[in-house]
Design a protein around this ligand. Structure first.
Ligand code: SF4
Ligand code: SF4
Length: 416
């Protein structure tokens, strides 16, 4: 049976209105019908009807989607475009046996904790060589070095979050217990954000549990169409995280939150544990504003910032006001809105590794909007966006500094 069979109703819901053209970041750069949800739905429908085969051009159109979900959020017919695209990618993997380096590495490195640790150790070594080489004429032989876009990868610290914080951080008279799920980018690349999360959650009145054995949420796998590898990761994480007695599962990565909350249940529909786990998941900004009195426990200071909405938070989970409310309180009204705040920054996880040039063009539009605000700092609620926007700002020669929301909240409690 085709991976697309279950999605025929979804595809037929598309009325070809073209509203998605206004919000689609890939269409904004490529201005071609196959680069927007409407065209992609038409191509997938043609494949389902047997009028088109799984050609390389079809594969390119399907993998050129940033999976930002802006089309789904604004679609008058409610077409779940990212879900259809994921199914098309799974079809390509299964029937066309699509393969590539990014896919191969994702499958091998995300499957268990040991492989994940090895992969990030290797990346740390690779980064040490890549950085200096990228500054020499040999850069043209490196991946991700184009004429207009020359990627800088962040340093990967020697000690991940799992070596920096205890499994349980207790406080006196805690109101409850939160399981903090870090995800790969925070665990291995930005452990300081995880440390900030722990301090902020304790300050908000909760004991914090961290499961050092947590695996990648698996979103890169499902985005690449690797359904079976994703199922295996989902099963392991559900079993691991469900074993912890916690009132909430909180993440500071919207992609992880969305995956734990929705995708695990989609891939494991019969699992009561996946259902119970999903019900406990909260984005950290949402949690702090709605479940705690954190906003009343701040030592606010004047600061001018602008805010970028991560796609999986704004479009995927509908969370836009929570980080703004908290940031506005922390900065004493210093939040300045940028134009197109909820337009994708171009990261898209595996998207930026598969399509770096397109991803860079999308980032440039974001950077221009950030710079136009005149704010010295841009804040976002996603470690992936933070990495991508920080790199794009550097490439643009801007002095604007990028922060995660937690780094701003942490400043406001450190003064206490
Ligand atoms: S907005 Fe929705 S219904 Fe309209 S063309 Fe795009 S996907 Fe189809
Ligand atoms: S998910 Fe984003 S990139 Fe993909 S078609 Fe929709 S708006 Fe465009």
């Amino acid at each position: 049976m085709s991976n697309l069979t279950n999605f025929s109703d979804e595809i037929f819901k598309c009325i070809r209105c073209g509203a998605c053209r206004a919000v689609c970041p890939t269409f904004g750069e490529e201005l071609s019908e196959i680069s927007v949800a409407r065209g992609r739905m038409a191509l997938i429908e043609a494949v389902m009807g047997g009028e088109l085969s799984l050609t390389d051009a079809f594969e390119k159109a399907v993998f050129h989607c940033a999976m930002c979900g802006a089309c789904k959020a604004g679609c008058p017919s409610g077409v779940d475009v990212p879900a259809v695209i994921e199914a098309a990618r799974a079809e390509l993997v299964e029937k066309k046996r699509s393969e590539g380096l990014v896919r191969f590495l994702a499958r091998k490195s995300l499957k268990d904790k040991k492989s994940l640790d090895h992969a990030f150790s290797l990346m740390a070594l690779g980064r040490v060589a890549y950085g200096p080489l990228a500054a020499t004429p040999l850069a043209k032989y490196l991946p991700y070095q184009y004429e207009d876009f020359k990627r800088n990868f962040p340093k990967i610290p020697r000690k991940p979050l799992s070596s920096r914080i205890p499994p349980v951080s207790r406080i006196r008279n805690a109101k409850g217990t939160v399981l903090f799920y870090a995800g790969c980018v925070i665990n291995y690349v930005y452990p300081e954000i995880g440390v900030a999360a722990l301090k902020v959650l304790n300050h908000a009145g909760y004991d914090v549990v961290f499961v050092k054995e947590e695996l990648c949420c698996g979103k890169p796998l499902i985005s690449l169409g690797e359904t079976e590898a994703f199922r295996s990761v989902a099963e392991k994480n559900v079993s691991l995280l469900s074993g912890v007695a916690a009132d909430y599962i909180v993440s500071a990565c919207p992609t992880c939150s969305l995956t734990l909350k929705e995708d695990y249940l989609k891939i494991l529909p019969e699992s009561d544990k996946a259902k119970a786990l999903g019900a406990k998941v909260r984005d950290i900004n949402q949690f702090l504003l709605h479940e705690t009195d954190f906003i009343t426990r701040l030592d606010a200071a004047e600061m001018v910032i602008t805010y970028h909405d991560p796609c999986h938070l704004a479009h995927g989970m509908g969370i836009k006001k929570e980080p703004r409310e908290l940031l506005d309180a922390v900065t004493l009204g210093g939040l300045v809105e940028m134009e197109e705040a909820s337009r994708c920054c171009g990261f898209g996880g595996s998207f930026s590794f598969l399509n770096y040039e397109l991803s860079g063009k999308i980032a440039n539009r974001k950077v221009a909007n950030i710079i136009k605000t005149g704010a010295p700092a841009v804040v976002t609620a996603c470690p992936g966006c933070l990495m991508h926007i920080g790199d794009a700002l550097r490439q643009a020669g801007s002095d604007t500094v990028a922060f995660h929301t937690l780094q701003i909240y942490e400043q406001a409690i450190n003064k206490k």
